[in-house]
Write a protein that binds this ligand. Structure first.
Ligand code: PLP
Length: 445
């Protein structure tokens, strides 16, 4: 086994090869066959750029797993973590803590009216887990309806609420039902306009609820904009229609804003663009740019009050951990002071939308460009007419070419997601688009 302790270059920083060997010798990786993982070692980062141990720099167009909305090493967030560590590094959830309370206040201040409490979790999956629990306990019903094209996390109920392939080896939780959502490019509803797609997807959702028995359905759980599943911005009216259906049958509406929330779409919450008020919002990632693990559920007054007398049967040792809470306070304050959410909206409207559309004009492999803010997907196809997805081998070539050219990409299935930090500058966008242009040109050769 290679260890960093026994490497020969003890007087210098480790090399990529040394770090990669130590990693694969001792770290068990997510969602991977362990024998084939080839992790890219990263040594440091600043803003929208990261670098490896051999000095190669990458423009981070992945925001890691779509969470560094403030970029890497924001000095005020790093300083707040250090300051909190020097004051009170940890405290049990049962105590009152000023930093935790301030973090909750800053979060609810940005949420829609009537959602005034936060239950803190360790990340996004357990946020969904607890939102599902709240919906089940307050309705006395069991079933959770979510989309096939979705990802809600890796724990018991969250991974079964997930619609993509990661659900299938993990189906141990009960009472999950899936529906198709609006996705006009690959419509399940033979629709040829966003309006048709929306009304047919709503009809399908309501028919599934009726067939399942409305009195058995606790919650509809949707990503406001499905992220890993393909960044499908819902057509106008869809989410309002879902709200109406939920109200008609007394169903709790949970919007998962783990990836889409906190500036990614050019709004504080993705739901701000859709005139919809859910009963529960789940969040993680962008709330503190992932500097310290944390997530949570923002709770409507009605659901919060349901537990005024009744015990809420859920908790986590590190719920509202002060290091994470301090990073939330600093991150949200910096985002406000530095106009980061506005920057994401401007970058989306003035740079990524036209830039990616221009790439689609140049490259037939781009079947569709869709997104908003700093949350975009290029749907790559081997044939524009049939929309046949680009195969895994070609996606692999594209990914390694992008890395070689100095861009850290986020790929999923046949898509390249363009998801840089919300602080990205127009010049960095231009640089990234040039690299993507070059890589797509190489791919066509
Ligand atoms: N929900 C959505 C929409 C996500 O994108 C993710 C993670 O990518 C999760 C939930 C799970 O979050 P975590 O990995 O922090 O548990």
């Amino acid at each position: 086994m290679t260890t960093l302790d026994t490497r020969t270059t003890t007087d210098a920083d480790p090399t990529n090869a040394e770090v990669a060997a130590a990693d694969t010798g001792s770290v068990f990786h997510s969602w991977s066959a362990q024998g084939s993982v080839k992790p890219l070692p990263l040594a440091g980062g600043s803003g929208s750029v990261v670098w490896d141990h051999d000095g190669k720099r990458y423009l981070d167009f992945s925001s890691q797993l779509v969470f560094t909305n403030l970029g890497h090493q924001h000095p005020k967030v790093v300083a707040a973590i250090i300051e909190q560590a020097q004051t009170l590094t940890t405290v049990a959830p049962a105590h009152a803590n000023a930093t935790r309370a301030r973090a909750a206040e800053l979060i609810t201040a940005r949420a829609p009216e009537g959602l005034n409490k936060v239950f803190f979790t360790n990340g996004g999956a357990d946020a969904n887990e607890n939102a599902i629990r709240m919906a089940r306990l307050t309705t006395g019903r069991d079933k959770i309806i979510s989309r096939y094209r979705s990802y809600h996390g890796n724990t018991g109920a969250a991974v079964v609420a997930t619609g993509d392939w990661r659900r299938i080896p993990n189906e141990f939780a009960r009472s999950h039902v899936h529906v198709f959502g609006p996705y006009l490019y690959r419509t399940e509803f033979w629709a040829d306009s966003p309006e048709q797609e929306s009304s047919r997807a709503l009809h399908h959702l309501e028919r599934v609820i009726q067939a399942e028995g409305p009195s058995t359905v606790a919650a509809i759980l949707l990503e406001t904009i499905p992220g890993t599943a393909g960044i499908m911005v819902p057509p106008a009216g869809y989410l309002r229609g879902v709200r109406e259906i939920a109200d008609r049958y007394g169903i709790v509406l949970i919007l998962d804003e783990v990836m889409a929330g906190f500036g990614r779409t050019g709004h504080w919450f993705a739901l701000d663009a859709f005139d919809v008020r859910p009963d529960l919002i789940t969040f993680a990632k962008g709330v503190n740019s992932g500097y310290v693990p944390i997530g949570g559920v923002i709770i409507s007054d009605a659901i919060a009050h349901a537990f005024d007398e009744r015990v809420f049967p859920g908790g986590l040792t590190y719920s509202g951990h002060p290091l994470a809470a301090a990073s939330i306070v600093a991150a949200l304050t910096a985002m406000e002071d530095e106009g980061v959410v506005v920057n994401a909206a401007t970058i989306g409207a003035e740079h990524l939308a036209p830039g990616l559309t221009a790439l689609a004009d140049q490259h037939d492999v781009i079947g569709e460009v869709r997104g908003t803010g700093v949350f975009w997907a290029l749907e790559l196809v081997s044939d524009r007419a049939t929309k046949a997805p680009l195969d895994a081998a070609a996606m692999g070539r594209l990914k390694s070419d992008l890395l070689g050219l100095g861009l850290l990409p986020f790929t999923a299935d046949n898509r390249l997601h363009v998801v840089p930090p919300a602080i990205i500058t127009p010049a960095e966008v231009e640089q990234g688009l040039q690299i993507i242009d070059q890589a797509l040109t190489n791919l066509a050769r």
